[in-house]
Design a protein around this ligand. Structure first.
Ligand SMILES: [Zn+2]
Length: 296
């Protein structure tokens, strides 16, 4: 069992296992730190009443339950009203069963992703774009924001004008667009949609609270556009495969992040391919194919 007093240290970020971020938002760390999850998944107790919403119960780590119990004690609430998921990746949905073993059967709601939902052992209630979930002191409104995952929902916290951003905007690092199930063009459209909501704070699924949410979303959009330019420049300089491009564009990043970087580069190439700005020279999967720029 992990000691909840020793914060995981990863990529320079330290977060306490339990932290109160506003009168209606308390975070409990999922106890699953890694290169992909940073300090681990932020799981959120939301509301002000005796029963709170739980957003994303983490991955199912044994060390998480005592942390969740500590969070419940810190907020002074008694239990969990229901579970709400930002998306079906294992570090978000994986803890549902464990939490229900401890707290009894709970309603679990998410946006549908048939391929992934069918493999879950828990019953899932469908949540759509703009659907609301209410608890004492808090109202969440789902915003369908595909790109990182096809089923991704962000949640506006209406009482604060704040946003639970899931994996779309992170407090540490940048969002990975998985090469297989992700879609960078969708992701960029989702960021534009979130920008229109002009959120105050952002409560991300990984990393610390973001105080100026709108500025952070602008930064993310700018970052992706700059990355796209860098990839095209690397290709113009002769890089023709994903690993070649990663070596150039991510030269300043540790090797441990290069696998994730390769996925991001692949997502950029697939977007650019659809826009007919690059093409595959060899008839292979994007990750191993030879690529070239097309004349504008
Ligand atoms: Zn995810």
């Amino acid at each position: 069992m992990a000691n909840s007093n020793s914060p995981p240290v990863l990529l320079g970020t330290e977060l306490p296992s339990v932290d109160v971020w506003s009168e209606r938002v308390t975070v409990a760390l999922g106890q699953n730190p890694s290169a992909f999850t940073g300090p681990g998944t932020n799981t959120y107790l939301v509301g002000t009443g005796p029963q709170r919403l739980l957003i994303d119960p983490g991955q199912g780590e044994e060390a998480y339950l005592p942390v969740l119990e500590e969070a419940i004690e810190r907020t002074g609430c008694q239990g969990i009203q229901e579970i709400v998921l930002t998306h079906g990746h294992p570090d978000h949905i994986g803890g549902c069963e464990q939490v229900m073993e401890r707290f009894g059967r709970l309603q679990v709601s998410k946006f549908p992703w048939p391929d992934v939902d069918a493999s879950q052992s828990i019953e899932l209630r469908q949540l759509g774009d703009r659907d609301r979930i209410e608890t004492e002191g808090a109202t969440l409104q789902g915003i369908h924001t595909p790109g990182h995952a096809p089923d991704h929902l962000c949640f506006l916290l209406e009482e604060e004008g704040a946003l639970f951003s899931g994996d779309n905007v992170l407090g540490i690092g940048t969002t990975v667009i998985p090469a297989q199930s992700g879609d960078l063009a969708d992701y960029m459209a989702s960021l534009e949609r979130l920008l229109q909501e002009a959120p105050t704070r952002i409560y991300p699924a990984h990393g610390p609270c973001i105080q100026d949410g709108t500025a952070k979303i602008r930064e993310y959009i700018g970052h992706r556009l700059a990355r796209e330019t860098q990839i095209l420049e690397a290709m113009a300089a002769g890089a023709g495969t994903v690993p070649d491009i990663v070596q150039i564009v991510y030269a300043a990043y540790p090797e441990s992040l290069h696998a994730a970087a390769g996925q991001s580069v692949t997502s950029h190439l697939r977007k650019l391919e659809r826009e007919q700005r690059v093409r595959r020279v060899t008839d292979e999967e994007p990750l191993i194919a030879q690529w070239e720029c097309l004349p504008a």
